[in-house]
Design a protein around this ligand. Structure first.
Ligand code: ASP
Ligand code: MG
Length: 464
């Protein structure tokens, strides 16, 4: 009997039919395992909740709120009708959903009148996506003859700080979860994404935070594995839309998975699996369409040293920022000042490179932060020190990831030889001393071509 945490979100919980499918999967695995479910909101609901909140604050249009609430009610009731056959259970779930929607409507109307929207109220509002989904999923399980109850993240013991919109779990969470959830009866359904702070106010773990909820629960309950269900076949060697030969990777380490997610492979957010890393609990990405295939296991230690490279990713929404000037040569503190100024402006730096001539520093950042970043640097540096601040936003970043490259000579040579052979110009290169990834920047138009070349060079589709 293994204890499994299973997280469903996005398309997997889009409508009644998909929710029923989740029920089937639970039924399939429930025979031999102890299961705890974590669910996100029905697909797209969180976005729509936030959008309506902004509308309420800026336009104060009560009639529009009422219309939105009607649509939201219809969508959830329809999911209930589709997914739950027993009329008693359907009625009961509709009552819970209806009550929660009433609370939500009151909050929206309050916002309309106040014309004010704080991060705290946004958390309150956005928590309803999951608060509506969990009772439905739990009802589906009961409808299928599986004992189940629904819990909010707070009921389950997740306590955070009060950084509304992006709250961090407190250490106490690890003690509280077992107190609240053990012994496990049936298959509990816990809302992902939401928690509460020490004052008891609703908080959220940041967009996409349901994955973190699942990891926290898994870590605190010492689960055997945490399964993240997706519509794709696990973690892929690269985006199959770009390279048809892309294959699922059977096993990768946390480190490799982290390197991949930093580079835009939207697998799992590194922060989301951190609690699992700490406890050494294996994480698995499973495909809802192919439940018996093992998917990708993400394990604590680096595995399969012999595959030098596991995956190639490309991140397109980036921009290159250059700071240069002869005044920088031999002047200590320029890099420190640049990084501090950018940090203050909330700019996330993806890659850094400085040649030993010290006359220039290149940084890779998110394209959408470019203007803010340039303004921050211009405000920081006098012209005699930094002569020029320039950018190139027609670029993309590639990352070649794999623990096997650590200590293996010749990997970088193969990467850049492949680029040379394809006549792709490389604009910036960086390799951290962990040697888990080689990243580099090319023109945006060359991005997909570069990925295909590398995928072939390292035989990732089995074509070597
Ligand atoms: N529903 C939340 C969001 O859309 C959390 C999640 O999906 O993980 O961000
Ligand atoms: Mg979501």
């Amino acid at each position: 009997m293994a204890r499994l945490i299973m997280k469903f979100g996005g398309v997997s919980v889009a409508d009644g039919q998909r929710l029923r499918h989740v029920g089937d999967l639970v039924k399939h695995f429930n025979r031999d395992n102890e299961i705890i479910l974590v669910t996100s909101a029905l697909q797209g609901v969180t976005d729509s909740l936030l959008e309506c909140a902004r509308m309420a604050a800026t336009e104060g249009n009560v009639a529009e709120v009422i219309e939105f609430i009607e649509r939201l009610t219809d969508r959830h009731n329809q999911a209930i009708d589709e997914a739950i056959q027993n009329p008693e259970i359907a009625k009961e779930v509709k009552a819970v959903v209806g009550e929660r929607i009433n609370e939500l409507e009151k909050a929206y109307i309050g916002i309309c009148y106040l014309g004010e929207l704080t991060l705290r109220s946004l958390d309150y509002i956005s928590s309803y996506g999951e608060q509506l989904a969990a009772p439905i999923l739990s009802g589906v399980l009961r409808d299928m003859g599986i004992e189940s109850a629904h819990f909010t993240g707070a009921d389950a013991g997740i306590v955070t700080n009060s950084d509304y919109g992006d709250s961090r779990p407190l250490e106490r969470t690890y003690d509280l979860i077992p107190q609240k959830m053990l012994p496990i009866k049936g298959v509990p359904v816990v809302t992902g994404f939401i928690a509460k702070d020490e004052k008891g106010t609703i908080t959220t773990l940041g967009r996409g935070g349901s994955d973190l909820s699942a990891s926290l629960i898994g870590a605190a309950l010492d689960a055997d594995e945490i399964w993240f269900w997706k519509e794709t076949s696990g973690v892929m060697t690269t985006d199959p839309k770009m390279v048809p030969e892309a294959k699922p990777i059977p096993s990768i380490s946390y480190r490799e998975a982290m390197e991949l997610s930093y580079f835009g492979a939207k697998v799992l957010h590194p922060r989301a699996i951190e609690p699992a890393i700490r406890k050494g609990i294996p994480v698995r990405v499973k495909c809802t369409f192919d439940p018996d295939s093992p998917g990708t296991q993400i394990v604590h230690d680096d595995v399969q040293k012999e595959d030098v490279i596991k995956a190639v990713t490309v991140h397109k929404n980036v921009a290159l920022l250059n700071i240069s000037g002869a005044g920088m040569i031999g002047t200590p503190g320029v890099a420190a000042r640049a990084f501090t100024a950018l940090a203050r402006a909330g700019i996330n730096i993806i890659m850094i490179s400085q040649g030993s001539s010290e006359a220039s520093i290149s940084l890779l950042i998110e394209e959408k932060q470019l203007e803010k970043a340039e303004d921050a640097l211009r405000a920081e540096f006098p012209r005699d020190l930094v002569k020029e601040i320039s950018h190139n936003s027609d670029v993309c970043a590639l990352a070649v990831v794999g623990a096997g490259m650590a200590g293996t000579p010749g990997v970088a040579a193969r990467v850049f030889k492949a680029m040379g052979g394809a006549r792709i110009n490389v604009l910036m290169i960086s390799q951290g001393s962990s040697e888990h990834n080689i990243s580099f920047v090319v023109s945006r138009k060359d991005g997909e071509h570069a990925v295909r070349e590398l995928h072939r060079e390292f035989g990732l589709g089995g074509e070597a």
